[in-house]
Design a protein. Structure first.
Length: 563
């Protein structure tokens, strides 16, 4: 495709590579292998989060090499860069998990800084685990230069006792062990089997939810997200992304052309119909603020309410991302939404074509059971809802997929921090009807807004999830299931009413009424908030990077971005 009229494909890199005064800069680049011919071409950054601390991003360098091949073949000069990643799953239940959401900001910051300083003309970001995905797109939004995001892909399921398993079953196995349902030997066998290679967690947890959302948003190429990490076709997809970004550059297409209000609504609907992670609310709010598109937390409510739950995916359903890929991938999901009249089919994607065009080209595997027809939804409405009430005046998110309860009233069991709640669950101190309250885990209070997967999985493993509810100013993993409310805003350390809750207070979660309330007067809540003092931390210190984030971070109701 020829360049857009008047668009300079070296619109940024000329300032770095051209002119007598840039001789020293060119000399540096010659020293690492770039020729004069290379530097005369557009320079395209290839940013990824390869790291040896987890399987989720372990294939990123291999994919980057193929992206670079595509860039070179299409007439560009690639420059590779690496940023960080924090594994939610590995750090879950420890103080280290406080770094997870902080890492989203650092990933976006680091990609933005390198791309800005080195005047890249275009950018491909490669992501894998939970926070690398929104972090990579946040960087594209901030820079607003031609670019796209490639998701590294899902891990394949493991096998244990003749059944397919994911990391979800390992987390729940801890609760099963505490309840005497399995032995330590069985848990060890399960842990050895559940994560059999490279790729992000296999269910419709946060990674696959965000990958689907960003393909629906249009910033990832159609059909790319659900190709598994270790499927041979992923390498070809990566090469095609390298070629595509050069086309994006020649067209002069920008992220702001793609990341629009209708595109956010498409992404939200995809998450709702798939029963995806509640973290999608947090991350889409963050990207919206980076690109300058007005998006409020209550808008997710309206979208979920009109979107049927169609995907039978873990944690609430039976299947995993590799099954969705075989069924027809994200295009099939989008085709269902288009058929339902929910998808904004005219929204532009990074390919230069509309999302509706791509949806209509979906290839559905005959008889596939993963994505239901519109006539047979799993539920009539989507997988989450936004609640307000005297416990969450600024809003919170409840997950509705994977269980049937819509209302729960019970006594509060109050814990300042995740560890205390986990100890109570494992000691069998949580009873039927209880509402587990975990506070001090918000963006500033945590700091870092840890996920409560260890606690929710232990509750499921012990077999009490149908009788217990959980609320928190922290977050939930996409692998969490049960009747639970997260992202409560304001958080406890910022004067949120969750700070007023005491042991035994009656709490009501009413999904139909969209309410989260404690049976206290406004006056009593105000008095208790005024006397609340967060307990001292068990750790000796908080890392400087996390302390900076705690000072700068905003509300979860606005994406928990640091400004």
């Amino acid at each position: 495709m020829s360049a857009a009229v008047g668009f300079d494909v070296k619109h940024r890199s000329r300032a770095l590579t051209e002119g007598v005064e840039r001789a020293a800069a060119r000399s540096y680049l010659h020293g690492v292998g770039y020729s004069a011919e290379d530097l005369a071409k557009p320079i395209v950054g290839v940013a990824h989060s390869w790291i040896e601390t987890m399987p989720c991003n372990f294939n990123n360098r291999v994919l980057a090499a193929k992206v670079k091949e595509g860039i070179r073949a299409a007439g560009g000069t690639p420059m590779e860069l690496n940023t960080i990643a924090i594994s939610d799953g590995i750090t879950m239940g420890t103080a280290g998990m406080r770094a997870s959401l902080v890492s989203r900001e650092l990933i976006a910051d680091s990609i933005e800084l390198v791309a800005s300083a080195h005047h890249f003309d275009a950018l491909v970001t490669i992501s894998g685990c939970d926070k690398t995905i929104p972090g990579a797109v946040m960087a594209l939004a901030r820079l607003n230069i031609p670019g796209l995001m490639l998701y590294g892909g899902s891990i394949r399921p493991g096998h244990f006792k003749g059944e397919e398993v994911t990391i979800q079953q390992v987390f729940e196995g801890v609760g099963e062990l505490a309840a005497g349902k399995i032995t330590e030997e069985e848990l060890h066998e399960l842990e050895e089997a559940a994560s059999p290679g490279a790729g992000a967690c296999g269910g419709q947890f946060t990674a696959n939810t965000m990958a689907m959302a960003f393909e629906a948003l249009g910033i990832s190429p159609a059909g790319s997200a659900m190709v598994p990490a270790e499927d041979g076709r992923k390498l070809e997809v990566a090469r095609q992304c390298g070629e595509l970004v050069m086309d994006v550059l020649r067209r002069g297409a920008l992220p702001s052309d793609v990341i629009t209000k209708p595109a956010f609504e498409n992404a939200s609907a995809a998450a709702a119909t798939s029963g995806g992670s509640t973290n999608v609310v947090l991350h889409l709010l963050a990207v919206a603020r980076e690109i300058g598109v007005p998006l409020e937390i209550d808008e997710f409510e309206a979208i979920s309410e009109r979107t049927p739950l169609l995907c039978d995916l873990q944690p609430g359903g039976r299947y995993v991302a590799t099954d969705l890929y075989e069924a027809g991938g994200v295009p099939l999901v989008l085709d269902r939404l288009l058929e339902a009249g929910i998808l904004h089919g005219d929204a532009l994607t990074v390919t230069g074509r509309t999302i509706g065009e791509h949806a209509r080209e979906a290839e559905e595997a005959p008889g596939q059971p993963v994505v239901r027809p519109l006539s047979k939804p799993i539920k009539a409405t989507g997988g989450f809802a936004i609640l307000r009430g005297n416990l969450a005046p600024d809003g919170c998110v409840v997950k509705l997929s994977g269980h049937e309860r819509r209302k729960h009233t019970g006594p509060a069991r109050v814990f300042d921090g995740e560890e205390a709640a986990m100890a109570a669950v494992l000691a069998h101190e949580i009873g039927a009807g209880d509402v587990v309250v975990i506070r001090g885990e918000g963006p500033a209070g945590g700091p870092g807004m840890r996920e409560m997967l260890a606690v929710t999985a232990a509750i499921v493993g012990e077999g009490i999830s149908e009788d217990v509810a959980l609320i928190t100013d922290g977050r939930f993993s996409g692998a969490s299931r049960g009747f639970m409310v997260g992202h409560i805003a304001p958080e406890s350390v910022r004067g949120g009413p969750i700070a007023a809750v005491r042991e035994g207070d009656e709490i009501t979660i009413d999904a139909d009424a969209r309410r989260l309330d404690v049976a206290l007067s406004d006056e009593e809540i105000a008095v208790r908030i005024g006397s609340y003092e967060p307990p001292p931390r068990a750790e000796d210190r908080v890392e400087v990077a996390i302390a900076k984030y705690a000072k700068l971070v905003g509300s979860a109701a606005e994406g928990a971005i640091a400004r």
